[in-house]
Design a protein around this ligand. Sequence first.
Ligand SMILES: NC(=O)c1ccc[n+]([C@@H]2O[C@H](COP(=O)([O-])OP(=O)(O)OC[C@H]3O[C@@H](n4cnc5c(N)ncnc54)[C@H](O)[C@@H]3O)[C@@H](O)[C@H]2O)c1
Length: 312
Amino acid sequence: MTNEIQTALITGGNGNLGRLVGAQLLQRGVKVVKFDIPGTEPAQLHDNETVVIGDMRDQAALQDLLKQHKPDAIYHLASLLSGSSAADHRAAWDINATGSFNLLQLAAENNVNRFFFASTNASYGGEVADPLPETFEQWPENIYGATKVAVERLGVFYKQTHGLDFRILRFPLVISPFAPTTAVTAFPSHAFGAAIRGESFTFPASAECGMSTIFLDDVISSIVDYTHAPKSNLSQHAYNLHAYHLTTQMVIDEILKRYPDFNYDFKINNTVQTLIDNWPNVLIDQSARDDWGWQPKYDFAQSAEKMFDMIS
Ligand SMILES: NC(=O)c1ccc[n+]([C@@H]2O[C@H](COP(=O)([O-])OP(=O)(O)OC[C@H]3O[C@@H](n4cnc5c(N)ncnc54)[C@H](O)[C@@H]3O)[C@@H](O)[C@H]2O)c1
């Protein structure tokens, strides 16, 4: 069977990762259909790209989407993120879990071949081993993580019962110029923005605390590479990714190299501090390296360089 994808449906296609995954797929000659909520429409469309506006909670809309566009691959990125999920548990379950169930069921009924799902290291619980072994049990302590584990298990069920080529990546913290301001744990990304704008920045977590981290460009290329890897190479349902261990102090040091007058202080937010203290510093990602050649291109200094270029 060929690894090439003809038509890809990207749910959450107008989001931060969806836009960039879409752009890479278009470059590979893939026809891209993006599904996202009202208010997210892009200003311009590529010739080979379609945007459909709808909601993951609307089963009939999902059905029409698959019937009309007949994707052979789905990149399922639509989700409430951790903060919005914590603020509305019902919406988180309806969108992230039930919406995903409906999409998986429809994918199985409509001959979709490949189904990619974006999961997270928030799917692990508070007390985790560090470095985190690939086989570590997932017992998340927040609703966002619980919905992600539910979909991981559902997808594997559809893989085993319907032959769906279901593939999962679990990402650590992402350094990105597009990190939403509401994402409190994304403060390393926000600090770069503040420094470039000449603003002072208050760090919500201590200088020495840190976590496993990855740069945005490595997230995007990992998704595209992984979803094009031959099925026969993949020994795992899900792969953890890790690029580097990042501490608050490393962020400060890198910013000060470029902006020596960067003004900062600390006001510890216990929720953020506890979350990060509980996240692993290192995730073992050997299977991804062995099976489909995962290799981060960005260390932290290179990520910082690219952040400065992209934001300024
Ligand atoms: N960026 C990260 O740090 C990170 C880390 C781990 C996992 N992920 C996962 O990657 C995926 C993409 O994340 P992102 O950073 O691009 O976030 P994002 O918020 O930019 O993208 C999510 C998209 O989903 C859409 N969406 C939300 N509710 C919807 C609904 N009811 N119906 C249809 N679309 C809906 C949003 O409008 C948005 O465009 C998510 O599943 C997220 O959980 C992201």
